[in-house]
Design a protein around this ligand. Structure first.
Ligand SMILES: Cc1ncc(C[n+]2csc(CCOP(=O)(O)OP(=O)(O)O)c2C)c(N)n1
Length: 376
């Protein structure tokens, strides 16, 4: 649980056309290094490649180039994800949230590295560990926090909660609690993108809109990519610059209509799996081990070493994000609960027989409740 996890990522981008077996495009510095260290196996002309993962502090010179603006955007997004989740932990223990709350601490490089490469029309399909994916996709922190508080101002009007973040304007298609549940949804979104592009001729000049599907699974899922006709890539998920490089390649490939890529981002998640299991928050030995691989500390070090920004500038970003997260809590706290009438909205079946009756009592208290249910 709290020890080791792998966060996987699929960029279906578009329903693949039959016989689409294009190899992964010209390898970047990242994949060239990978190939030298561990020769890639070619299966049906589709590659599965692995970078060196979980090695301590790789040489800065080996990193791909990043501009000051890009580095600061990555830093800010990762700080937002971390501070937001730290605040969630506090709020959970103060009784402001209920049900399951799954945190993302330690995995920020995956969310930031991928989602910050997307455009607004691109879609994200998440898992039950979805708060930070929502933030990276641009859902305001106050709307995510209010959703966690179950308030009417939340991004799902308080009806989704921690595991079901959704935002139509940001094309965040939901957090999904069943493992793998988001993949068919992502395939549908990718098909819609392909249809808009090829049939309706409505896409942007860049190409197809891209869909990202996050999911977790057993180790080494990247090796299965070629079996499904897509490249499989293994990357250090604690290194945002490496993740970003792989994300760029996968997203560009998808946008060109060349199909999906299966990327496994290997991460250490720390400080909490699910807040339903507080034991995981009490393991200082593991915490210090993970802290040594903290993706935010690594990026900060890189930014300073490369003279992209000063410590003071990074502190200002941290201060700005502190204020954003504080404000999100104040907003969520002050927001109203959803009205009772909302209970009956967004229910697939006719809600006759459920909910609250005209007398203000729950219908299940009515002796005719079963009869009402049978009529649905
Ligand atoms: C289809 C399905 N089976 C079982 C579960 C129960 N379950 C909840 S979390 C979990 C472990 C998931 O591990 P991983 O996908 O690696 O994600 P992590 O929580 O480690 O980030 C399981 C088996 C589920 N949610 N859905």
């Amino acid at each position: 649980a709290a020890s080791f996890t792998a966060a996987k990522f699929l960029a279906p981008a578009a329903a693949r056309s039959g016989g689409d077996r294009a190899p992964f495009p010209a390898p970047s510095a990242f994949s060239m290094r990978s190939l030298r260290h561990r020769p890639a196996r070619r299966l049906s002309s589709v590659l599965a490649v692995s970078s060196d993962v979980l090695k301590a502090a790789p040489a800065a010179a080996a990193y791909p180039a990043v501009t000051r603006e890009e580095a600061l955007e990555l830093y800010e997004d990762m700080i937002l994800g971390r501070n937001f989740e730290d605040m969630c932990a506090q709020m959970y223990y103060r009784g402001k949230m209920f049900g399951f709350v799954h945190l993302y601490n330690g995995q920020e490089a995956v969310s930031t590295g991928f989602i910050k490469q997307l455009n607004q029309p691109d879609c994200v399909v998440s898992t039950y560990r979805d708060h930070v994916h929502a933030l990276s996709k641009g859902v305001p922190a106050r709307a995510v926090m209010a959703e966690l508080f179950g308030k009417a101002t939340g991004c799902c009007r308080g009806q989704g909660g921690s595991m079901h973040m959704f935002s139509e304007p940001h094309n965040l298609l939901g957090g999904f609690a069943f493992i793998g549940e988001g993949i068919p949804v992502a395939t549908g979104a990718a098909f819609a993108a392909k249809y808009r592009h090829e049939v309706l001729k409505q896409s942007s000049p860049d190409g197809l809109d891209v869909t990202l599907a996050f999911f977790g699974d057993d180790p080494e899922i990247w090796k299965k990519g070629p079996a499904f006709g897509m490249p499989g890539v293994h990357v250090d998920g604690m290194d945002v610059l490496k993740v970003r490089e792989v994300a760029k390649e996968a997203i560009d490939r998808a946008r060109r209509g060349e199909g999906p890529t299966l990327v496994e981002c290997e991460t250490y998640r720390f400080r909490g799996h699910s807040l339903a299991d507080p034991d995981e928050l009490r393991r200082p030995d593991e915490k210090s081990h993970y802290a040594a691989r903290d993706p935010i500390t690594s990026l900060k070090k890189y930014i300073i070493e490369q003279n992209l920004a000063s410590e003071a500038e990074l502190k200002n970003i941290e201060k700005k994000i502190d204020d954003v997260v504080e404000e999100a809590v104040e907003f969520a706290d002050a927001s109203p609960l959803p009205p009772r009438s909302q209970l009956l909205e967004n229910v697939f079946a006719d809600p006759k027989g459920f909910g609250i009756g005209p007398d203000g009592k729950y219908r299940c208290e009515d002796p005719k409740f079963t009869q009402g249910t049978a009529q649905v």
